[in-house]
Design a protein around this ligand. Structure first.
Ligand code: NI
Length: 186
């Protein structure tokens, strides 16, 4: 397994709509293992393929570090999502701080539906459906956004975006130390 460098927020691969995956392969299985290693190395709870420069509809998650102190939150461990979709959004919305391995050093609050019903293929490309709420739901929605070219900072108001501009710039120039390998786009 290898740790892959993570692209930063201004890389155009993060703005593209990712392509669906149609067949399994050794290369795909290796990519999934590398993505888990890369995610854990950056202390992330989710990582989408575009973040390591692959425009594919694939993300990996392990939301358990977010919920370890909360017995009410279910534990899911490592999950792989291929060609994922949200089938249904719940009515209740919740607001929490989010961060992103492609935007190191920045956390902002984002409002999203609490409960979602989803469909996806697992790493054997078997069809699955699930209902998520709490942190697992939030992580899923954040990572799914990556497959559609959307970043969490897109949800911020224009005033907040202006305030963030200098900080975002220092992500690109490398002034913000990510603490894991990054591939800034200059
Ligand atoms: Ni992210």
């Amino acid at each position: 397994m290898s740790i892959l460098p993570i692209v930063t927020y201004n890389d155009e691969v993060l703005r593209k709509k990712a392509s669906p995956i149609t067949e399994n392969s050794d290369a795909l299985q290796k990519l999934i293992d590398d993505m888990f290693e890369t995610m854990y190395n950056g202390s992330g709870v989710g990582l989408a393929a575009p973040q390591i420069g692959e425009s594919l509809q694939l993300f990996v998650t392990d939301a358990d570090p977010m919920t370890e102190d909360d017995d009410d939150e279910p534990k899911y461990g490592k999950l792989v999502f291929i060609n994922p979709k949200i089938i249904e959004n719940g009515d209740e919305k919740v607001t929490y701080d989010e961060g992103c391995l492609s935007i190191p050093g920045i956390r902002e609050s984002v409002t999203r539906p609490d409960e979602i019903k989803v469909s996806y293929l697992d790493r054997e490309l078997k069809e699955q459906t699930a209902t998520f709420s709490g942190w697992m739901s939030r992580v899923f929605q954040h990572e799914l956004d990556h497959l559609n070219g959307v970043l969490f900072i897109d949800y911020l108001g224009s005033f907040k975006k202006r305030l963030l501009k200098t900080k975002l710039n220092s992500v690109v120039t490398g002034e913000i130390e990510a603490g894991y390998p990054v591939r800034p786009k200059n």
